[in-house]
Ligand binder design. Structure first.
Ligand SMILES: NC(=O)c1ccc[n+]([C@@H]2O[C@H](COP(=O)([O-])OP(=O)(O)OC[C@H]3O[C@@H](n4cnc5c(N)ncnc54)[C@H](OP(=O)(O)O)[C@@H]3O)[C@@H](O)[C@H]2O)c1
Length: 274
């Protein structure tokens, strides 16, 4: 076995990483982490301006990234992005699936109980978080990785996929599929040299969940206080705290025998009992 130094364990030089949802809050932190470790990074999303901002931030740190526009719920759009990425950087060796979100209006709450959720609203969550969040990107980028016999797929799950959280019923159910499909694909593609794992972020306020967590005056709301009580570390996470787990799973030197696992980065949320 080749001798590996501590530094080269986490060196991604020569890797081509694709981050779907790289325009978002967590995705762009993941992009920065992968680029800092030496990967060339394709930032994929619908919003060009946010994508360009992310690319600029990487360039300012001396890294290499480029924005590619795509709608993750369209296979054709993902295919066009894949071809453009291959032309620019070559075949992807790392795929991070970070596109997803929750519609705060589709919540089961006393005013809006479970039985009032409409089927189209339910489907909307599955279309984005399952269709665009894992299924279509894995179908589009996975076969080329399998063809080359190497690759690492990292799916961004959620604590709500492990424990269904009040007021996020459709989101929680859709995120549970990420955990399930990660294990399924890990088994399916292990013999082809492609590892498939997930990361479960804890609570990190973003645009789509801010209204549920933060009061208008910027102070944590009652729901945030409940989350802090349930989080042994007693705080929200920071986007950059996902970079370490991502680089570990992306690196064939650091995690070459790791597939089908989930890494919670959640301040202990999933370990909490009474
Ligand atoms: N923040 C948290 O507390 C938390 C906790 C656990 C898990 N997560 C998960 O982490 C991931 C990122 O969330 P975030 O907190 O960073 O929220 P965010 O800032 O709203 O990012 C969401 C990302 O999804 C992308 N996206 C949405 N629809 C898309 C589509 N049709 N095609 C392509 N991209 C699409 C957005 O890109 P464009 O708008 O540019 O298309 C954006 O990059 C999501 O999967 C979320 O479920 C977040």
């Amino acid at each position: 076995m080749k001798k590996t130094t501590h530094n080269s364990l986490f060196d991604l030089t020569g890797e081509v990483a694709v981050v779907i949802g790289g325009t978002g809050m967590l995705g762009s932190a993941i992009v920065r982490g992968l680029a800092d470790a030496g990967a060339a990074v394709a930032v994929v999303g619908r919003h060009q301006e946010r994508g360009e901002q992310c690319v600029k931030a990487v360039a300012a740190r001396g890294g290499n990234a480029e924005f590619f526009s795509a709608d993750a719920v369209s296979r054709e759009s993902l295919r066009a992005a894949r071809l453009a990425i291959e032309k620019k950087f070559g075949v992807a060796s790392v795929l991070v699936n970070a596109a997803g979100g929750n519609d705060p209006m589709v919540v089961a709450s006393p005013d809006h109980p479970f039985e009032s959720i409409t089927f189209p609203d339910w489907q909307k969550h599955f279309e984005l978080n399952v269709g665009g969040g894992i299924l279509l990107p894995c179908q589009e980028f996975g076969p080329a990785m399998c063809g080359r016999g190497r690759g690492s797929i990292i799916n961004i799950a959620s604590v709500t996929g492990h424990i269904p959280v009040p007021r996020m019923v459709a989101y929680s159910a859709s995120k549970s599929v990420i955990l399930n499909l990660t294990k399924y694909l890990a088994r399916e593609w292990a013999g082809k040299g492609v590892r498939v794992n997930s990361i479960t972020p804890g609570w990190i306020p973003a645009e789509y969940n801010r209204r549920l967590l933060i009061n208008e005056d910027g102070a944590p709301g009652a729901r945030a206080e409940a989350i802090f009580r349930h989080t042994p570390m007693g705080r929200f996470g920071e986007p950059d705290e996902l970079a370490g787990a991502t680089v570990f799973l992306a690196s064939p030197h650091a995690s070459g025998f790791v597939t089908g696992i989930d890494i919670p980065v959640d301040g202990g949320f999933l370990a909490q009992t009474i």
